[in-house]
Design a protein. Structure first.
Length: 94
């Protein structure tokens, strides 16, 4: 989960790429902007962007993760509560 659109955050892209090359299926749930696609792939990494309305991104992303049933959820330090919610909703590890 990332409270960014990811297009300018090289750190998140590097971490996701390393996980994908280690054999994990990686989906980044990020912020959607009008100039970016809702979904795209950067090599083996899938980026799914969520539109922000009244629900803060991280909580919207937590609910969005239910569609994919992930095994593992990584998050930024300031989205810990939302990551825990996503893990609880999906049964994933943190």
């Amino acid at each position: 989960m990332a409270e960014t659109s990811v297009d300018r955050d090289a750190r998140i892209r590097r971490e996701a790429s390393a996980l994908a090359h280690a054999g994990w299926e990686v989906i980044i749930v990020a912020v959607w902007r009008a100039d970016l696609p809702i979904e795209e792939f950067l090599g083996p990494v899938r980026i799914r962007r969520v539109a922000i309305h009244r629900i803060p991104l991280s909580f919207a992303a937590a609910f969005e993760t239910r569609r994919w049933k992930p095994d593992l959820i990584l998050m930024q330090w300031h989205t810990l509560a939302q990551g825990c919610l996503a893990a609880d909703l999906t049964g994933a590890q943190l």
